[in-house]
Design a binder for this molecule. Structure first.
Ligand SMILES: Nc1ncnc2c1ncn2[C@@H]1O[C@H](COP(=O)(O)OP(=O)(O)O)[C@@H](O)[C@H]1O
Ligand SMILES: [Mg+2]
Length: 318
């Protein structure tokens, strides 16, 4: 559906050369939601702008449904909708409704369908009260919602979302998450999503591409990455509190220990070198008369995994 081949981009500003992309290649199949992650300046926006032909790369090729987009930019525009950083994809002087009608109209829908689609999406994003307000007068969060709504109403096969949840409140982020999932699963949309919201990425993307300094560091399934970094970490929940002295003892005895105290219970997170050490923790609890309520395996958190990858680039590049 979307194929990027050896993409390179050098910006020249004030006589300086900035190598933003140094040979990026990847592809997305139909119906896939792929996360494009990386620290600030990694080249995410440059990649996304190149795919929607807003930027001419220094070299490399991009194909949509097999068509070279630099030879046929009109084809790219017909197949792609994007949410760009800073809501650059909406028109400031048009109202919410006019913006939506404009983007819906780009795909040549009939008048009646446009009105219905616009009404539906305005309701979905709870923008009813703002329908006749110019985009420039909306709050930052509302503008972001409108930018996302405009991208979705274009109803293209491919969606590029550059930081779509920036400035959105928790509720809108949750709604957007469901919308993204629904669009990929039910309508077979292909989505490239750049975000620093790892919770969102973990929830909607099966695959991620992590880039840094213009090149790919890792390209893999979220689950594989989580498994790769899975550690022998367990959470023991015990009755009551633990004496400071006992805490110190545990910290000395085991690799990594973290305590979280509640009213009538304490959670002890322990990272073990060897899974059999779990019995040593049990022995310790028994000896110190700590009543065990439950033990569970700690699920690796994708945000932690991401940070480990970005900090430690010794992983093989794919
Ligand atoms: N218009 C530009 N002129 C010069 N340098 C730029 C321009 N846009 C981006 N860059 C540089 O290119 C690199 C990649 O930027 P960008 O694609 O925006 O990264 P990201 O979106 O991952 O934060 C950065 O070093 C950035 O400073
Ligand atoms: Mg960016």
């Amino acid at each position: 559906m979307l194929k990027v081949e050896d993409l390179k981009k050098v910006y020249k500003s004030n006589g300086k050369r900035i190598e933003a992309l140094v040979g990026l290649s990847f592809s997305l199949n139909k119906g896939e939601i792929v996360g494009l992650l990386g620290p600030n300046g990694a080249g995410k926006t440059t990649t996304i702008k190149s795919i929607c032909t807003l930027l001419l790369p220094s070299s490399g090729k991009i194909f949509i449904k097999g068509v070279d987009i630099f030879r046929n930019p009109a084809f790219a525009l017909k197949n792609i909708a994007a949410v760009l950083e800073g809501n650059r994809n909406i028109y400031w002087r048009l109202t919410v409704r006019e913006n939506l009608e404009f983007f819906a109209g780009l795909q040549g829908l009939a008048g009646r369908n446009i009105k219905e689609d616009v009404k539906e999406i305005i309701e979905f994003f709870h923008l009813e009260e703002k329908r006749n307000v110019q985009a420039r007068l909306l709050s930052r969060g509302m503008q972001q919602k409108l930018a996302v709504a405009c991208a979705f109403i274009k109803n293209t096969d491919i969606l590029l979302l550059d930081e779509p949840t920036l400035g959105l409140d928790v509720e809108s982020t949750y709604e957007l998450k469901n919308l993204i999932r629904e669009k990929a699963e039910l309508d077979g949309k292909t989505i490239l999503l750049s975000s620093h919201n790892m919770g969102l990425v973990e929830d909607v993307c099966k695959d991620v591409i992590i880039i840094n300094k213009g090149k790919i560091v890792v390209k893999d399934k979220v689950d594989n990455l989580k498994n790769f970094f899975r550690v022998n970490a367990y959470i023991f929940e015990v009755e009551g509190r633990i004496a400071e002295e006992d805490k110190r003892k545990m910290e000395k005895e085991f690799l990594f220990v973290k305590f979280q105290e509640d009213k009538d219970k304490t959670q002890i997170e322990v990272e073990l070198k060897d899974i059999l050490r779990i019995y040593d923790v049990m022995d310790f609890l028994r000896q110190n008369r700590l009543a065990l309520r439950s033990v569970k395996n700690k699920e690796p958190d994708f945000e932690e995994v991401y940070l480990k990858i970005v900090k430690n680039e010794t992983l093989d590049t794919v």
